[in-house]
Design a protein around this ligand. Structure first.
Ligand code: PMP
Length: 357
């Protein structure tokens, strides 16, 4: 068998290994921040009916502009947004890729604040852009001054913020986002994959969109909507941003089946989001109980908890795996991250940790 080094592959890809969380078949998969609640059966039935219609016309290419889906997503987001403000792709990872294809590319710099979502630097590298970083404040926060100082130092073409931040769960203030916007002429990208889990008094970056044509807010149906397997991510921004992405997207990138499934699910938004409050309750229980077990959780505005005080993260990870629980080592020393799922999962996770002593 040939090896990659025999191929005329891009120099910057030589020696790299593909990224991806381990996919293990375990009873308790709490490692990739999915919504572990199943889709309600009545909703699933409606989705299947819509899919059947889409299959019957699958000989034709899908709506290249996914108009119905953008309409449904704009309705869902509210904030006065219309379908012209919305753009969708196969997961928010593809949204990020398209954004970087249009506004990044070779020779351009993308500023991020690690620890943050691991795909941000990877997609940046994939389009040939340079990932530059700045430190966060205490407790993984980013204050307005910190953001502005980093932008003045690095003069990036894009600023990547993640709110709430993965893997820490940290929230981000609108003051920081607005200050970052004013400090740059580039694109300010706010990844709100976990927005539905934020406290009710935490405003979304969507409220900042009017008058800020370089601000882009992305969301996903993978988390709160329990739709990770379907692959639907989307952004809200000035309509001119969608015009830019039309220049780089592949024609018909969203299949007719994806569009049909997502529109059907969005028609059942209240049922689809019924689990969110429960998940927030599980997250808060994990945060409340971890200190009793000798661990220090960080505050989280998302559907996962990062906790410190793990003497040997690899040993704890493996001991949990032996009990059929998969969590995540996110490369932060003495810390691990766990997804908040169902009450049964929380119970089993906490009991198992207690047994490890
Ligand atoms: N952004 C963040 C912050 C995430 O944590 C994830 C998934 N883990 C994504 C984007 C990508 O999700 P998807 O491609 O499924 O929309």
């Amino acid at each position: 068998m040939a090896s990659l080094s025999d191929l005329p592959i891009r120099d910057d890809l030589r020696g790299l290994t593909p990224y991806g969380a381990p996919q293990k078949h375990v009873r308790y998969a709490l490692n990739v921040n999915e919504n572990t609640h199943p889709i309600p059966e009545a909703v699933a039935r409606d989705i299947v009916t819509s899919l059947a219609h889409a299959v019957l016309t699958a000989n034709r290419y899908p709506d290249r502009e996914f108009t119905a889906l953008r309409e449904s997503l704009a309705d869902y987001l509210g904030h006065g947004l219309t379908r012209e403000h919305v753009w969708a792709a196969n997961g928010s990872n593809e949204i990020i890729q398209q954004l970087l294809q249009a506004f990044g590319g070779p020779g351009r710099r993308v500023l991020g604040f690690p620890p943050t979502y691991s795909m941000h630097p990877i997609i940046t590298a994939g389009v040939g852009s340079t990932w530059v970083t700045a430190e966060r404040d205490a407790d993984f926060e980013i204050g307005p001054e910190t953001a502005v100082r980093a932008i003045e130092r690095h003069t990036p073409d894009l600023v990547f913020l993640c709110a709430p931040n993965n893997p820490t769960g940290t929230g981000l203030s609108l003051e920081t986002i607005a200050a970052a916007y004013d400090a740059t002429d580039g694109i300010v990208f706010v990844d709100e994959a976990y927005a539905e889990f934020m406290p009710k008094d935490r405003p979304t970056a969507l409220t900042l969109l009017p008058g800020r044509e370089r601000l882009v807010v992305s969301r996903t149906m993978s988390k709160a909507f329990a739709f990770a397997g379907v692959r639907v991510g989307y952004l809200a921004a000035d309509p001119v941003i969608a015009d830019a992405l039309r220049l780089v997207r592949l024609p018909y990138h969203l299949s007719a089946l994806t569009q049909a499934a997502a529109v059907a699910a969005l028609a059942h938004t209240p049922e689809m989001l019924a689990m969110v409050d429960d998940i927030i309750g599980q997250r808060d229980r994990i945060i409340a109980e971890l200190p009793e077990l000798g661990y220090r959780p960080w505050a989280s505005e998302a559907n996962f908890v990062l906790f410190d005080g793990v003497d040997d993260p690899q040993a704890t990870f493996n001991a949990l795996l032996e009990r059929d629980i998969l969590i995540r080592d996110v490369g932060i020393s003495n810390a691990l991250r766990v997804t908040a799922g169902t009450a049964a999962e929380t119970e089993f996770f906490l009991r198992s940790l207690a047994e490890l002593g």
